[in-house]
Design a protein around this ligand. Structure first.
Ligand SMILES: Cc1cc2nc3c(=O)[nH]c(=O)nc-3n(C[C@H](O)[C@H](O)[C@H](O)COP(=O)(O)OP(=O)(O)OC[C@H]3O[C@@H](n4cnc5c(N)ncnc54)[C@H](O)[C@@H]3O)c2cc1C
Length: 389
């Protein structure tokens, strides 16, 4: 056991924190209010190597690992949770899936360009009629010579409006039972005829992260773009979620930490009944709950990321980390709004944004119900995901 970060991990934390404080914090309020996505800030993050931490040098990464990735995500998300999405689309779900399951030709074509943001990525599972129930997706890809013809649509896809290339999960055998065995994974590119992208506007939060739909109408995708084997898509998707949940948990820890920072500052400033509001024990209880929950989430996150660094399956650990961190960040955001009193209800203060952004963590990458189910079914012994290590 060792709870100390390495010198390299500490240096990465300093770099990411510095970047967040200098480059992101000054613009976050205006970007959030105006729903502005700034491509330049993502390119600067790529320039710092933030998306390549868990990737081998051969593909443009720094190979410093998943714990380092988690540390970077926490720092960036603490400043602006909208930017968290890019740590999946430019790292742990899109390019990492290609790295882990793709052919050498696919890796060479896409991985480095995605982590350097020369291409914007996407990871498309969810559909208008199937989100949690991935096996019930209805988009089909039917074999036609050396190609597959995709028809259907994907909903709530991060980066869809700006995507250059992404991984998409489709049914290549819509009749097979069990249903999940009919899913395959393909790489699609925005120029492909028959692919249309549509932006989803007016989201509750995460205003600076573009989200949208991908609509496929007789979209021809070459067989060379198949990732893994035919029918292997569900396995690939679940494996991608093991990694994606590391980013999501780290984002939630960042938001929770931001709630703590804001609450502590306000507790030391605001006075009521002739005292600093931090002197009231009921506010102290909230601060204690936020700090303890966030620290517990961070340790669970580091454990899940550590296992990924050791190449040990972490389905249970990344699910627990995501579950606890997302519930913690929502509670922390609610407490922060309460601590700010009436001002917590004003968009002039950051806690309103934190509250709106926090809620998404209970939905993405497996809702809290779904993560509860995975943890409980493993505990009950009905569907084991844990491994011995
Ligand atoms: C901003 C944003 C960005 C997103 N980005 C992406 C992306 O990049 N790629 C992508 O593929 N998806 C993305 N999603 C979609 C997200 O992953 C789904 O919304 C999520 O998986 C839930 O699916 P759903 O919305 O269809 O809800 P449903 O599956 O319809 O669930 C509705 C409710 O029922 C509950 N529920 C469902 N099944 C069960 C069950 N068996 N037991 C108990 N409760 C259950 C759920 O927890 C939820 O509360 C994004 C969503 C948002 C809002």
């Amino acid at each position: 056991m060792n709870f100390f970060l390495t010198e390299e991990q500490k240096a990465v934390r300093r770099l990411a924190r510095d970047f967040a404080e200098k480059e992101i914090m000054p613009i976050v309020a205006e970007d959030d209010h105006t729903h502005r996505f700034q491509r330049e800030i993502i390119l600067k993050m790529a320039g710092q190597g933030f998306f390549g931490a868990a990737f081998p040098e051969k593909y443009g990464g720094s190979n410093i690992g998943f714990v380092a990735h988690a540390i970077i995500v926490e720092e960036i998300s603490r400043a602006e949770s909208s930017l968290r999405h890019f740590f999946n689309m430019q790292a742990l779900t899109c390019p990492l899936t290609i790295l882990n399951w793709g052919t050498e030709k696919q890796r060479e074509k896409y991985v480095q360009k995605l982590i350097r943001c020369e291409l914007f990525g996407a990871n498309a599972m969810t559909e208008p009629n199937a989100g949690s129930d991935v096996a019930s997706i209805q988009t089909t890809a039917i074999e036609d010579g050396d190609s597959f013809v995709i028809n259907g649509s994907k909903m709530w896809i991060s980066n869809a409006p700006i995507m250059d290339a992404g991984v998409v999960y489709v049914k290549t055998d819509p009749r097979i039972v069990p249903k999940h065995k009919g899913i395959s994974c393909f790489i699609v590119e925005k120029e492909m005829a028959g692919l249309t992208r549509k932006e989803i506007k007016d989201k509750l939060g995460h205003h600076c992260a573009p989200t949208g739909e991908l609509i496929f109408e007789n979209c021809m995708v070459p067989r060379d773009n198949l990732v893994g084997e035919l029918g292997q898509g569900f396995k690939i998707a679940m494996n991608a979620l093991d990694y994606g949940r590391i980013s999501v948990a780290a984002g939630a820890v960042g938001v929770a930490q931001a709630c703590i920072d804001e609450s502590i500052r306000y507790c030391n400033e605001r006075e009521a009944f002739g005292k600093k509001i931090g002197e009231f024990q009921m506010n102290q209880q909230k601060i204690a709950d936020m700090i303890a929950g966030t620290e517990a989430s961070r340790i669970l996150l580091y454990k899940a990321a550590f296992l990924a660094d050791k190449n040990v399956r972490n389905t249970l650990e990344s699910t627990i980390a995501k579950h606890v961190a997302s519930e913690t960040c929502v509670r922390a955001a609610r407490f922060a709004v309460e601590i700010f009193g009436g001002y917590g209800y004003s968009e002039e203060y950051p806690v309103a944004r934190l509250y709106r952004d926090a809620i998404l963590y209970q939905t993405g990458e497996g809702s809290s119900n779904i993560t509860s189910m995975i943890i409980a079914l493993d505990g009950l012994g009905w569907k084991r995901v844990r491994v011995d290590y």
